[in-house]
Write a protein that binds this ligand. Structure first.
Ligand code: ASP
Length: 440
C-alpha cells in the first residue's frame, strides 16, 4: 500500500503569504505529505470576502454587462500580494489577463462554474511554485457523468497523473469537467471532496484536512461553553452528527475515504501540533457514553391520525407516495398504532404544503391532519450508547429536569443515535442539558 498522505488546505489556510509559509513548514515536516489539494484564498478576517465569492460576483456583474472592476481588482490584488511577498514569478498574471478578457468579451467558455474554479486554479499554481512541486490541473483528471456523479475513470486518471511517489503534487480542489468538456464545480466547500477522491485513487495512508480549528468538538461552542474535543469519531458517527449540523468537513468527502478505510485527520494549520480529530472506520471506546450532540432547526411535522391505521394495509406506503409525487423528501417518520408523523424540511414543505395536505385528505381520509412547524431535531450520537444501560434515561431526565418538552423521539435504527424533536426555541437549552448530563 502506498504510504503517501493527501493534505487538503482550506481557504483560511491558504489566504495569504503568511499562511503559505505555514503550509510549507507543514509539508516539509513530513516527507509522506506528497499530494497537496488547495482551496481558493479564503478570508483573512471575518469581515473579508472569500475569493470564490468575489469570482461569483465578478461573473454576475460581467454577465449583466455591469462594471465588475471592484471584485476583479480585489481578486488581482490578493493574488499579486501573495506572489510579491513570496518572490514568485508572475506566471499567473498572464492567466489573470486572459480571464479578464473572457469576462470583458463575455466569451462562450465563460460560465459561473468556470469562473468560480479559477480561485483554486490560480492558487494551486502559486502554491506549486512556492513548494517547488508539480502543478496538476483537476480539469482533465476529475470528470462527472450525466448525473454529476464522479465518473469511474476519474480514479484511474488520478492514479496515473500522480503516480511518481517521489514527487510532491499540487492539485486545485473544487472542480472537474463535465460530459461536454466544460468546467463543473462541486457544491460549496467541495475541495474537501477533491481531497477525498484523490486519497481513494492512490490508496493514501491518510487524508489530512487542514483547516482553522483543531478538529471537531462534542458540541457547538456557540451553544455549549468550552465543549470537549473529539479525538476520534467513526465514519458512521460523523455522518449522523454532520446531518444534524455539526460539520467541519463536506459530508460528501466521507464516502470516498470510507470505501477504502482511509482515516481522515482534521488538523489546524495555525496550530499544527494539536492532535485534531481522527475520523476512522472502527468504533473506538471513549471516556464518554456519547461522542457528540448537535441540533438543526427548520423542520415541520405532518401529523396524521386515523383509527385502525395499523390494519389498513399500504397506508404508510400511500402517504409516502404522495410526498414522492410532490418531490418532498422526509427525514424521519416515527409512528404509533393509529397515527403517523412525518418530519420534513420546513422550506421544502412550504412550497408544496397545500397540495400535499389536500392529497392526504382525499386519498387517506384521516380523522386528523395537522402540521406543526418550528421544530428542531437534536441528535445525540455515540457507539458508546449501544451497550450502555440508562443512556436514554439520562437524556430524557436531563430534558425533564430542565422542563423541555420532547415532541418527537426516534432512537435511530442505526443504534448509535437518539434523535429528539423539540420546539426551535428550546434548541440551545436542550443541547446544553444533554451535554451537561453526559459530560462532566
Ligand atoms: N472555494 C470553494 C468554496 O469557497 C471550495 C472550497 O473552498 O472548498 O466553496
Amino acid at each position: 500500500m502506498s504510504k503517501r498522505i493527501v493534505c487538503k488546505f482550506g481557504g483560511s489556510s491558504v489566504a495569504d503569504a503568511k499562511q503559505f509559509k505555514k503550509v510549507k513548514s507543514i509539508t516539509d515536516a513530513n516527507p509522506a505529505r506528497k499530494i497537496i489539494v488547495v482551496s481558493a484564498p479564503g478570508k483573512r478576517s471575518p469581515e473579508e470576502t472569500k475569493l470564490t465569492d468575489l469570482f461569483y460576483s465578478a461573473y454576475d456583474l460581467a454577465k449583466k454587462s455591469l462594471d465588475y472592476s471592484e471584485p476583479w481588482n480585489m481578486i488581482s490584488q490578493r493574488f499579486s500580494e501573495i506572489a510579491q511577498e513570496l518572490n514568485l514569478s508572475n506566471a499567473i498574471n498572464t492567466e489573470l489577463e486572459q480571464i479578464n478578457l473572457q469576462l470583458k468579451d463575455k466569451s462562450e467558455t465563460l460560465s459561473s462554474d468556470y469562473l468560480a474554479s479559477r480561485g483554486e486554479y490560480l492558487n494551486a499554481i502559486l502554491i506549486a511554485e512556492y513548494l517547488d512541486a508539480e502543478f496538476i490541473d483537476a480539469f482533465p483528471i476529475i470528470s462527472f457523468d450525466d448525473k454529476y456523479r464522479i465518473s469511474p475513470n476519474t480514479y484511474n486518471n488520478i492514479a496515473k497523473a500522480i503516480e511518481d511517489e517521489s514527487k510532491v503534487y499540487v492539485i486545485p480542489g473544487f472542480y472537474g469537467s463535465d460530459l461536454h468538456g466544460q468546467i463543473k464545480t462541486f457544491s460549496r466547500g467541495g475541495s474537501d471532496i477533491t481531497g477525498a477522491i484523490l486519497a481513494n485513487a492512490i490508496d493514501a495512508a491518510l487524508y489530512e484536512n487542514w483547516t482553522d480549528v483543531s478538529g471537531m468538538l462534542m458540541a457547538d461552542p456557540r451553544i455549549v461553553k468550552d465543549p470537549k474535543p473529539i479525538e476520534y469519531i467513526s465514519y458512521r458517527e460523523i455522518r449522523e452528527l454532520a446531518y444534524s449540523g455539526a460539520s467541519v468537513l463536506h459530508d460528501e468527502s466521507i464516502s470516498p475515504c470510507r470505501a477504502k478505510n482511509i482515516p481522515i485527520n482534521i488538523k489546524n494549520t495555525n496550530k499544527p501540533e494539536d492532535y485534531g480529530t481522527i475520523i476512522g472506520p472502527t468504533p473506538q471506546s471513549s471516556k464518554h457514553p456519547i461522542t457528540g450532540v448537535a441540533g438543526r432547526k427548520g423542520f415541520s411535522m405532518i401529523y396524521i391520525e386515523k383509527t385502525m391505521m395499523n390494519k389498513e394495509i399500504g397506508f404508510g406506503r400511500r402517504v409516502l407516495a404522495i410526498l414522492e409525487y410532490e418531490g418532498l423528501s422526509y427525514e424521519l417518520s416515527p409512528s404509533a398504532i393509529d397515527s403517523m408523523n412525518i418530519v420534513v424540511d420546513s422550506k421544502e414543505l412550504y412550497a408544496v404544503q397545500e397540495s400535499v395536505l389536500e392529497n392526504i385528505t382525499q386519498q387517506m381520509r384521516p380523522d386528523q391532519l395537522k402540521v406543526f412547524t418550528g421544530i428542531s431535531l437534536i441528535a445525540t450520537v455515540g457507539h458508546g450508547m449501544t451497550d450502555k444501560i440508562g443512556v436514554a434515561a439520562t437524556l430524557f431526565n436531563a430534558l425533564a429536569d430542565n422542563s423541555i418538552n420532547v415532541r418527537i423521539i426516534d432512537q435511530g435504527s442505526s443504534q448509535i443515535n437518539i434523535i429528539i424533536g423539540v420546539s426551535e426555541s428550546e434548541t440551545e437549552r436542550a443541547i446544553q442539558s444533554i451535554y451537561k448530563a453526559f459530560i462532566n
